[in-house]
Design a protein. Structure first.
Length: 195
């Protein structure tokens, strides 16, 4: 039976509530949407997985405010039901020199922790993004309320020029890194390496 991965493209499109961070001419809602499409396409071509997107189209808007938007993402994943939940985000900081990727999980020494580490390794191997580590955060709604291991991926900082250019021009590589991290977590080889 295929492993069910719920891909949550964090935030909503520009111009709507909960649209996310901005920086260097980029909008988080748009970057998260595209990254989810790339990751979904990779999973779609791998018979070992099924996937569901929180925002299947660029105009999909979830909820009527931040609270209902988060609740809808969790509801979709829990009702499907997903085996794993991956929420895609971009970061921002008032200091434009802050850069890199971070993973947030509900608790250390869990399946989410191991999955997060493999995803981080995949991103770092396939991009020039820096490893800022795995962080426990029990206040994040999507980590607290999902009924399956959940990882929130902060892919990079829109407010850092170098990160922003990677997210703009090499987003497929970021998604591929996440995909490779998922494969490594399960001990799977990429399909083109199988005889």
């Amino acid at each position: 039976m295929a492993i069910r991965i719920f891909i949550d493209q964090g935030h909503n499109p520009p111009g709507f509530h909960n649209a996310g961070a901005v920086g260097n001419g980029l909008n988080e809602g748009e970057i998260n949407f595209r990254a989810g499409i790339y990751l979904g396409n990779l999973l779609a071509n791998d018979y070992r997985f099924e996937y569901m997107l929180s925002r299947p189209t660029p105009t999909t808007v979830l909820g009527t405010n931040t609270s209902t938007s988060l609740a809808e993402r969790v509801r979709m994943a829990n009702e499907w039901p997903a085996n794993y939940f991956i929420s895609l985000h971009c970061n921002a900081n008032v200091n434009p020199n802050i850069n890199g990727s971070e993973m947030y999980i509900y608790q250390f020494n869990t399946q989410a922790n191991w999955l997060a580490q493999h995803i981080m390794n995949g991103i770092v191997r396939n991009t020039r993004l820096r490893d800022n580590g795995i962080r426990q955060n029990q206040s994040l709604y999507v980590l607290r309320n999902t009924a399956m291991p959940a990882v929130l991926v902060e892919m990079g900082y829109l407010t850092n020029f170098n990160d922003a250019m990677i997210l703009r021009d090499n987003l497929w590589n970021v998604a591929f890194g996440i995909y490779m991290g998922i494969l490594n977590y399960f001990g799977f080889l990429p399909l083109n390496n199988l005889s």
